[in-house]
Design a protein. Structure first.
Length: 150
């Protein structure tokens, strides 16, 4: 069973700087992956992963799960772009606006959102370092126990 846990991150200046730099590296890597996808005309997630995974890992020194999420973000962005083009969001075929959108790779802002999940996040507390999923499971079990039941 999955449990959603809302966590408020209280970071000092050094930790905040590390998060901002990590986010910028993720989005820079996403822009690189999008450029490769656009040049090679490969947009399906699995095919894109096959040609860009190693590059994504090496480019920013990203972990495996973060590299996968960057590739997934790029593939999903191209899926949305294709749908918008098909629905005429950027004008009719042959228009200058549509041609410009079709001929340029997707770019990601340095502060664009990046998904993180329990496989790539951990936090430290007074007791020590814990994986978020492990801690949430412990909290759930503690809440689920019935007093007096053995």
């Amino acid at each position: 069973m999955k449990q959603v846990v809302r966590v408020k991150v209280l970071a000092d200046a050094q930790q905040l700087d590390a998060v901002v730099r990590t986010l910028a590296v993720c989005n820079d890597t996403a822009t690189l992956v999008a450029r490769i996808a656009h040049e090679r005309r490969v947009f399906r997630r699995r095919d894109l992963r096959a040609i860009t995974y190693a590059t994504a890992r090496e480019h920013g020194g990203l972990g495996a799960q973060v590299a996968q999420s960057v590739i997934r973000k790029v593939a999903d962005s191209y899926t949305s772009l294709r749908a918008n083009l098909r629905n005429g969001r950027y004008g009719p075929k042959g228009s200058r606006r549509r041609a410009r959108v079709e001929n340029l790779p997707i770019r990601f802002r340095p502060d664009a959102a990046q998904p993180f999940d329990d496989r790539c996040l951990s936090y430290a507390d007074i007791v020590g370092s814990h994986n978020i999923a492990h801690r949430a499971a412990e909290d759930y079990r503690a809440q689920s126990t019935v007093p007096g039941a053995a």
